[in-house]
Design a protein around this ligand. Sequence first.
Ligand code: URA
Length: 185
Amino acid sequence: MDKYAKLKRLHEKQHTKCSCGLKTIAIQPVFGNGNPEAKVVFIGEAPGKKEDETGVPFMGAAGKFLEEMLETIGMKREQIYITNIVKYRPPNNRDPEPNEKDACREWLRKELSFIKPKLIVFLGRHSMNDFFPDLKISNAHGKLIIKKFAHIPTTHFLPLYHPAAALYNGKMRKILMEDFKKIPK
Ligand code: URA
């Protein structure tokens, strides 16, 4: 079985096991997507409408913007892996609740242990605070954090503003694009 098939099996197993309350409301789970050999994993918050409909993360406007930014650093979506802390769409795109994050946590840990990326990029405060609860995104964005966690193989983390937040905010957009350039380094 190749790595893609193994990863798909991991997602199917976690979906079956997952006790997240959003599972019964969402159209479908949104599995992490991309290259299972990726050196960089991006972690967003939770699926939105487009993602719920397609079953693929970052398919809407924020995803398009993310792809544009990847291009500016010479990377393609096929090289990276993108996932969310919560795998089911919260109703009306509300913020995921702590119990929903908790219910999806084992799933995220399993996929990170499988991929073993060199760098984890947090897209927005939700994913950053899931690992670093005390940090503020306004201060932490663009600054590399090195830390060893017991349950995941990655030690390097880069928090960024969420592309959806920066999309229509010129100042934040500029900062995000600058922060993005730190990824290859
Ligand atoms: N925003 C997220 O955080 N994740 C997605 O998959 C889409 C939008």
